[in-house]
Design a protein around this ligand. Structure first.
Ligand code: AMP
Length: 192
């Protein structure tokens, strides 16, 4: 399978659809949020730095993130393709990802964009707070994360469009998880 970049606002379903994609296509999965949460749990130096940014709804600085991403990517099994979940989140990260992959003779593959209305995102994240107790899933931090997404991450949509790899899936068109998964699979089956 080609590499896949799964992209969308907090709560758009990146983790959920990544899991379904991994199960079907047997590829690697890099969730930078999960990598950072594991560092925090293990009380590493990186975890200590990351905690302040995450609990405040801010992004971890690009140079740190790019370094983590490269190390995590190089630890993946070769040749199966990887799904990037939560990375890139800035133009600098996208440029770095493209360069890192090119240096290894690999490509970005395809970008899967998930578009979900903001009121639905908020409801999902507040529900996730109850179910999973994630420290950054409270209303105040969620609002900050939406603002960070709009200001720093959403400009990447045009970047991916220019790269010619953007493929958009709208919750409003298929407001049902199974139907979303089926339409994503139908697309990915054509790009294998
Ligand atoms: P996520 O689980 O993807 O929603 O990420 C949770 C938090 O981890 C984000 O709100 C950021 O603080 C941090 N984070 C995850 N991925 C990145 C990234 N690519 N760049 C900067 N910060 C990140």
């Amino acid at each position: 399978m080609k590499n896949i970049i799964i992209f969308g606002a907090p709560g758009s379903g990146k983790g959920t659809y990544s899991d379904a994609i991994v199960e079907r296509y047997g590829m690697g999965h890099i969730s930078t949020g999960d990598v950072l949460r594991a560092e925090i749990k293990n009380e590493t130096e990186l975890g200590k730095v990351a905690q302040g940014y995450i609990s405040n709804g801010q992004l971890i600085p690009d140079d740190l993130m790019i370094d983590i991403l490269a190390k995590t990517y190089d630890a993946q099994p070769a040749g199966k393709g990887v799904i990037f979940d939560g990375f890139p989140r800035t133009i600098a990260q996208a440029e770095a990802l493209k360069k890192m992959l090119a240096e290894r003779g690999h490509e970005m593959g395809v970008m899967v964009e998930l578009v979900v209305e903001e009121d639905i995102l908020m409801a999902r994240l507040l529900n996730r707070a109850k179910e999973q107790g994630r420290a950054d899933d409270n209303e105040e931090t969620i609002k900050k994360r939406f603002a960070v997404y709009q200001n720093q991450t959403a400009p990447l949509i045009d970047w991916f469009e220019r790269e010619g790899i953007r493929h958009t899936f709208r919750w409003a068109d298929t407001p049902n998880k199974e139907a979303m998964i089926e339409s994503i699979f139908a697309f990915l089956d054509t790009v294998k």
